[in-house]
Design a protein around this ligand. Structure first.
Ligand code: BTN
Length: 254
């Protein structure tokens, strides 16, 4: 791809036609010791994985279905922050390819356009003792689907870049921009910590300042999303003023 300006990310790309999941392929490669920045991309996935064991719809040839293997020298507790690094990278990559809309981030990891999901991120970790061996950053971008390409149950909640831009999306260009930003922001994170990422994330957030309903494994919390912490934890202010931090949840913006 002629638009790639990275040192490491995307310098080794495994480009496959059909896989069960790019996460599984990347997992094997990571176990075999591939370099930081190795990318697995497929035209379609027969068992695409979403968060919380949900399936991920991976229409053949229409999306960007990819996993980036990164090997940062950080403790496992910092893994979730890379999901936020990826989110800001994706938003900026989309913005550089699409001019007719502005994507927003729904905490922690959905990218929305006018309230509909166009991108999901799934971060998985291989850890050894207290070190991260590899992070598998799985990114699914609905690029060129038309509405009828989505199964009926997704047609009210999903969208694609092409539908919103009203133009065909150049997927190789999108992937290159994404890898450029991903390398830029993960370097920034490693060098300067979470602060600059947090600022970028908050700029693109469609969650902060909104009334939300967060469903965690244990409870349902309703309140106003007021910010994210240095750890990427979402802070919600309840009606009684109390502030609760959420590490992992499904968010509904009210
Ligand atoms: C979500 O929003 O639930 C996360 C979706 C992540 C989908 C991507 S597509 C590429 C990679 N391979 C997978 O099986 N899942 C991720």
């Amino acid at each position: 791809t002629s638009f790639l300006t990275t040192q490491r990310f995307g310098r080794n790309i495994q480009y496959l036609d059909e896989v069960t999941s790019t996460q599984s392929v990347a997992h094997e490669l990571a176990r075999e010791g591939v370099h930081d920045g190795t990318v697995v991309i497929a035209e379609t996935q027969t068992m695409g994985k979403g968060r919380m064991a949900r399936p991920w719809e991976s229409t053949k040839g229409k999306g960007v279905w990819m996993t980036v293997v990164i090997r940062p020298d950080v403790p496992p507790s910092q893994a979730p922050q890379f999901t936020l690094v990826a989110a800001v990278a994706i938003v900026n990559a989309i913005k550089s390819v699409c001019k007719n809309f502005t994507p927003t981030i729904k905490w922690p990891n959905d990218i929305l356009i006018n309230g509909r999901k166009c991108t999901g991120i799934l971060t998985e970790m291989l850890a050894e003792m207290d070190r991260v061996e590899a992070l598998l950053i799985g990114i699914g971008i609905n690029a060129n689907q038309q509405m009828e390409d989505f199964p009926p149950e997704l047609q009210t909640i999903a969208t694609s870049l092409s539908i919103e831009e009203q133009a065909e999306i150049n997927r190789p260009q999108l992937v290159a921009e994404l890898l450029n930003y991903l390398e830029l922001y993960s370097n920034l994170y490693i060098k300067e910590g979470f602060k600059p990422i947090k600022a970028l994330w908050e700029e693109s957030s469609g969650t902060i300042g909104k009334q939300i309903k967060a469903t965690t494994l244990r409870e349902v919390i309703e309140g106003k999303a007021i910010g994210i912490t240095e750890e990427g934890v979402l802070e919600i202010q309840l009606d009684n003023g109390e502030i609760k931090g959420v590490y992992s949840a499904d968010i509904e913006i009210m």
